[in-house]
Design a protein around this ligand. Structure first.
Ligand code: SAH
Length: 233
């Protein structure tokens, strides 16, 4: 069965959005993956269809209610649903390429998009939600973060990326940032394509690309560089 994503959100009309276009959109049309977006508000029970309430203990903003969100999660998960349940959250583990690969190898994913100040802690515990962050900044809702997460996963699904190699040589796959790219024209405003790339010597080219990858990683991302040194030298 193909990869199945269910998204819980207060803004289902934001989906599929960009995920319905380009590579991920074509993959969806082929049936390599499917996406359903569910409105959390459909699980509200009062006549105002409210989904949030004021924070216990006081303070600014509103909090998504655990009873409503819990019901919304239960409604999209079947018995024996093996899909991991994720909550987009700035407090979560930072998303990495390795995490995207791990999720792409699985049966699918259930994603909860927070809004307001966030969600009641008890639904995170009770439904065993794994918190995932897309970076150290605050968005106004989890929807854009869910798009980022799904985009990173879908391009790794079997058959989605045309040229398999172009996935494996990308930044982060080997712990390094990628080497620079060049294409025609050979001379752009006086800047030439590095001679080695025109040599036709693939061993030399690979060596040049690795060296420049290492140099760029060391300069730009000391954190990645230290890890790389630990694992490769
Ligand atoms: N009060 C929270 C922020 C709430 S932002 C805090 O200080 O931690 C509202 C929602 O946007 C969150 O519930 C989450 O679902 C989403 N969100 C915001 N920033 C995010 C990030 N960096 N990564 C993933 N989701 C994020």
């Amino acid at each position: 069965m193909s990869f199945r994503a269910s998204v819980l959100t207060l803004y289902p009309e934001m989906f599929p959005g960009n995920l319905g276009m380009s590579m991920s959109g074509r993959a969806m049309e082929r049936g390599d993956w499917s996406l359903s977006a569910h409105n959390i508000r459909d699980c509200a029970t009062d006549k105002h269809r409210s989904v949030d309430d004021t924070p216990a203990g006081g303070g600014a903003g509103m909090v998504l209610r655990p009873d409503i969100l819990g019901k919304a999660i239960d409604d999209v998960t079947e018995e024996n649903d093996l899909r991991p349940r994720l909550l987009m959250s700035p407090r979560g583990k930072p998303l990495t390429q390795a995490k995207a690969r791990e999720l792409a190898d699985g049966p699918g994913i259930v994603i909860v998009c927070g809004r307001f100040e966030g969600v009641d802690e008890r639904v995170i515990e009770g439904r065993q939600l794994e918190e995932v962050s897309i970076g150290d900044y605050i968005l106004s809702g989890g929807e854009v973060a869910a798009h980022v997460l799904l985009d990173s996963i879908v391009r790794l699904l079997p058959g989605v990326m045309g040229n398999k190699e172009s996935g494996e040589s990308e930044s982060f796959e080997n712990g390094l940032l990628e080497h620079p790219h060049y294409t025609r024209p050979v001379d752009f405003e006086g800047r030439e394509i590095p001679a080695v790339l025109k040599s036709g010597n693939h061993k030399l080219i690979d060596q040049w690309r690795l060296e420049i990858s290492e140099k760029i990683t060391e300069e730009r991302r000391p954190d990645l560089w230290q890890n790389y040194l630990k694992n490769n030298r």
